[in-house]
Design a protein around this ligand. Structure first.
Ligand code: FES
Length: 374
């Protein structure tokens, strides 16, 4: 059988994007593959009715759904998540079904604090080499680089060090800029702040929609995709990483910074976003409330290269710990940033987002909860 028999072309309007997919693929899956944003609150389960599209040319295979009125069906409307492509088609995505692009609020003013970064740049002399090797964990490839530098008979040896994990992240013969990223993974958008780690200077913040949105707009739909779809967890993790890489790329180009000079990445998100970023099975987050959900309350240290982040290949990734099933590392970050953990008197903290968190507390105690708001 030829490809023509197995595949069909889908042309999306008003995007003017065409993709070839195998017959039997849903319109929503075809849209996801070519980056056409169609709203899908229920994550493609045929329950929300937000993915209505119009078949302008060709035919699709579609079982009737009570989410479509008979007048809509007459006009060619169908649900993108349920309609299967059986021949070449032209699909119009009406404005109400398009993933919107509202203005993203990402400007922040942080209180002035003395930076105490885990990452530092140390100056050694070649005679220190044994001390370096016994005090720090030096990855195999960096050991080779170290001896290459020493063979050249240089006078100074600069090392970029993670003091928390006692790991060497790079060697060089000259001192370099050292940058870090602070990332807030929201259910709807992801914000990335670029920081000069050695001085604590905040260089810029940029944000974009979380590419996971096409798999459902709320947390429960995303978790269902992670649990029910083949490789769902990997797909969602990749979507977040791709979003971060796109933002980092833009920030680095704008400020003429090499991504290779980014050595530390700090990440915070609600508990579900944290699980999906780290690649943890999110089932404990949605099991019956009568059952105990053991959410790990410790931070995660990951390697940027394992996640596919486009920063220095030896960079470390620190993920803020979650406080519980509904209170994630984003709330921990809020509390620390606002300084409530040092407050004598109780203070109220509200983080309004797709998921909204409310915390009351002081340096002695905290109580908090969360609810979907967007
Ligand atoms: S009905 Fe919800 S995505 Fe199609």
């Amino acid at each position: 059988m030829s490809n023509e028999d197995l595949n069909a072309k889908v042309h999306f309007l008003p995007h003017n994007i065409t993709i070839e997919v195998s017959k039997g693929t849903t319109i929503l899956d075809a849209a996801i593959r070519c980056g056409v944003g169609i709203r899908s609150i229920c994550g493609g389960k045929g329950l929300c009715g937000k993915c209505k599209v119009v078949v302008r040319r060709g035919k699709v295979e579609f079982k009737r759904s009570e989410l479509l009125k008979s007048e809509e069906i007459e006009k060619g409307y169908t649900l993108a998540c349920l309609a299967k492509i059986v021949e070449d088609v032209e699909i119009e995505v009406p404005i109400d079904s398009q993933m919107g692009r509202p203005k993203l609020q990402s400007f922040v003013t942080l209180p002035k604090t003395e930076p105490k970064p885990y990452i530092s740049q140390k100056l050694f002399i070649p005679l220190d080499v044994q001390r370096i090797l016994s005090a720090y964990n030096v990855p195999h490839k960096l050991k080779a680089k170290l001896f290459e530098i020493l063979d050249k008979g240089v006078g100074n040896l600069y090392a970029i060090v993670n003091e928390e994990s006692k790991k060497i992240l790079n060697f060089d013969v000259v001192g370099k800029e050292v940058y870090g990223l602070a990332i807030d993974i929201g259910t709807t958008k992801i914000a990335v702040t670029l920081v000069d780690v050695l001085t604590g200077r905040v260089i810029d913040t940029a944000s974009d929609f979380n590419k996971q949105l096409i798999y459902g707009e709320d947390i429960i739909s995303r978790i269902r995709v992670a649990l029910d779809k083949k490789n769902g967890l990997k797909i969602l993790q990749k979507a977040v990483v791709e979003t971060i890489n796109t933002i980092v790329d833009a920030l680095c180009k704008k400020h003429r910074i090499s991504k290779d000079d980014i050595y530390i990445v700090s990440v915070a998100g609600n508990t579900a976003m944290t699980y999906l970023f780290v690649g943890l099975d999110p089932y404990p987050l949605i099991k019956s409330f009568k059952e105990r959900a053991d959410v790990a309350k410790t931070p995660y240290w990951l390697e940027a290269r394992d996640l596919g982040l486009n920063v220095n290949k030896n960079a470390d990734v620190y993920v803020l710990p979650c406080a519980g099933r509904f209170l994630g590392g984003d709330v921990i970050g809020d509390i620390i940033t606002a300084g409530i953990n040092f407050s004598e008197d109780p203070a109220l903290l509200i983080d309004i987002g797709t998921n909204t968190e409310v915390v009351i507390g002081c340096r002695e105690w905290f109580i908090g909860t969360t609810a979907p708001a967007g």
